[in-house]
Design a protein around this ligand. Sequence first.
Ligand code: NDP
Length: 273
Amino acid sequence: MSRSARYAVIGHPVAHSLSPRIHALFAAQLGEAIDYGRLLAPLDGFAAAVDRFVVDGGAGLNVTVPFKLDAHALCGSRVAARARRAGAVNWLAFDADGPRGDNTDGTGLVIDLQRVLGRSLAGVRVLLVGAGGAARGVLGPLLDAGPQDVQLVNRDPAKAEALAALFDGATATTFDALRDRRFDVVVNATSASLADAGLPLPPAVFVDAFAYDLMYGAEPTRFVIDARRAGAVATADGLGMLVEQAAESFRLWRGTMPETAPVRDALRASLSW
Ligand code: NDP
């Protein structure tokens, strides 16, 4: 296998990542020989782990929790505009001048929402819950899709305010202030569902809304269950976003866009939801 064909997802933890499976399915679909693995980096050893990967002939990395900000810092000025806006990098490629970074998370979410799930974002009212790495990554592409308004709410309200201040068109709000508000799309970009924790959202925000949880799993997430109970018209989890952001990563590395539907179907079947 050639030197240019080695890729991996780097994170801590990383054992749970579906990325190796997704990229293997893309490569098989397109008849490309790539080797995509998992790289567990120590919490204080991200840059050293990346260096070793490059010395060993690695061509590209996807970056997951908790290293997306470190990856952004590692690239210096060699960062694509959408990743610079997010302040976070989930895609790295290496050449003679060092690492280059991009962020495919937001593009993945918007493609899943609009092209796959058929929810146009143009002119709609969006509520984005969370202000961590994932929210940073998706906010710019969400705004680029032309919604009427994006309201940002977070457990720590200061973080929502700081994030909203970076993006024209986004406004920070509080859970209390949402009592009389209505939305067309509610996106959960918190990790609350990981702990099966509920969010203090007034049920009315879900009435007639489309509810999307970035988290995914074999069972409906707590957010999805709460949204359905409160009257959401439809719900989705983040498996589609995961596959779309991976496809965009694959395209950036290999120059060819894989078909995502068969991969999404295969993963969904194996998760059995
Ligand atoms: P971070 O750790 O950077 O941020 C976590 C966010 O969740 C913060 O806003 C935090 O609020 C909030 N939060 C955590 N626990 C709770 C809780 N119990 N109640 C309310 N808010 C809570 O994580 P990421 O942003 O990187 O990831 C968020 C989620 O998105 C994860 O579930 C991850 O799996 C998913 N994800 C999915 C992707 C996909 O492709 N489908 C891609 C990337 C992420 P506070 O600031 O107050 O602490």
